[in-house]
Design a protein around this ligand. Structure first.
Ligand SMILES: Cc1cc2nc3c(=O)[nH]c(=O)nc-3n(C[C@H](O)[C@H](O)[C@H](O)COP(=O)(O)OP(=O)(O)OC[C@H]3O[C@@H](n4cnc5c(N)ncnc54)[C@H](O)[C@@H]3O)c2cc1C
Length: 337
């Protein structure tokens, strides 16, 4: 049985924490297959502590390609390096995050390897009888969940939706093997030339990066009432999320939708207001660290996963909560004068 591989994302001198979510996924797959879990990390000036962290968070092995010519992300060059590694070590499974990097690199590699790739998976598992990777993702506009298998080719490749699982926790005593690789010049040649990196500063808050999300559901009653959600989110420095019902009604736009057919989020605090807690909504936010639910129905499903539940009418609770936070902020500002 070949190894299970995860792609550790290293860009602009930093290891993307998404790499630890992949290790969490990879760990359970490798355990079920009784094989090793390895991460590959490629880039320039990769720090030892980043490599150690991959091991502490579950990698048995780390394959490292550190080269000045990998300083900037060029899909063709990165893919050539990864293809070299795949050809040499033949892992059984290779997963990456469904980020811009993963979504660009993995299809390129899958085509070159003539193997299957399932994009944007929300669940990965192993089929007991065959050891095949079960790759589950929403399909047909999120109306079904499709489980896909790669039967005849290897590696089995998948990208995984960011924040659909928690990052693997570190164990500072873990040890693993580090394998440094170097390649000949032809591997780094590319038709694409890197000119410069321009950060999109105008981008609106991405709810997937927000530490706090205030999410509203059908319980808000009408679009105008979302000013309460907007205000609370702004006061807390958070982003606004919604249920699908809200998007279907045109009260907020799709980029705000959280759930199976929307985005998957994992903030430090998720405040669910007037949201019943349908399974398809929960699928997109259940990994949040703290969940506060406000709902007038004491039997609402959302209370089953909430750390704190407030039963009552949101039209009374939200204005009081907003008032209280404003008072608190005022007092805090006075103290700092
Ligand atoms: C294939 C598929 C994919 C889907 N994908 C998603 C998805 O990505 N995201 C998603 O969210 N849904 C998704 N859904 C829809 C999902 O099944 C639910 O229909 C939806 O989440 C319900 O939204 P809601 O909680 O806002 O509305 P409701 O279920 O109608 O809940 C409204 C809640 O508000 C409470 N409430 C009402 N008035 C007040 C008040 N004044 N004060 C306090 N509480 C109040 C009610 O008690 C109720 O619990 C999907 C469905 C399918 C079939």
């Amino acid at each position: 049985m070949g190894e299970v591989w995860t792609l550790a994302e290293f860009r602009h001198g930093k290891l993307n924490p998404i790499s630890f979510e992949l290790l969490n996924r990879g760990k359970s797959l490798a355990q079920k297959l009784d094989t090793s879990l390895a991460s590959i990390i490629i880039g320039y000036d990769i720090k030892k502590e980043d490599i150690d962290e991959l091991i502490e968070r579950g990698a048995d092995k780390v394959y490292v390609v550190d080269d000045k010519r990998l300083e900037n992300f060029i899909v063709e060059t990165y893919a050539k390096v990864i293809l070299k590694l795949l050809d040499e070590y033949n892992p059984d499974i290779f997963i990456a995050a469904a980020t811009t990097t993963g979504r660009t690199l993995m299809p390129y590699i899958a085509v070159k390897k003539q193997t299957g790739l399932t994009a944007d998976c929300t669940v990965l598992d192993i089929e007991e009888e065959t050891g095949n990777l079960l790759q589950t993702r929403p399909a047909i506009g999120g109306n079904i969940l499709a489980t896909i298998k790669t039967l005849n080719t290897r590696p089995q490749m998948a990208t995984v939706r960011p924040h659909s699982t928690k990052p693997a926790l570190p164990d500072r005593n873990r040890v693993g093997e580090v394998i440094y690789k170097q390649f000949s010049d032809d591997v780094f040649s590319s038709k694409t030339k890197y000119i410069r990196f321009i950060k999109n500063e105008s981008q609106q808050v991405n709810i997937q990066d927000a530490k706090i999300i205030v999410a509203g559901g059908r319980g808000l009653g009408k679009a105008e009432n979302f000013k309460l959600i907007d205000e609370l989110a702004e006061l807390l420095g958070g982003a606004v999320g919604v249920s699908r019902d809200v998007v279907d009604r045109g009260w907020k736009t799709y980029p705000h939708q959280i759930g199976l057919s929307g985005k998957t989020v994992s903030p430090a605090l998720y405040i669910a207001v007037g949201i019943s807690g349908a399974i398809q909504h929960i699928a997109g936010m259940q990994t949040s660290e703290n969940i506060i639910a406000i709902n007038k129905d004491p039997d609402a499903q959302i209370f089953k996963i909430a750390n704190l539940g407030i039963v009552g009418d949101l039209n009374e609770i939200l204005p009081l909560l907003i008032e209280r936070i404003k008072d608190y902020k005022k007092k805090e500002a006075n103290l700092n004068v």
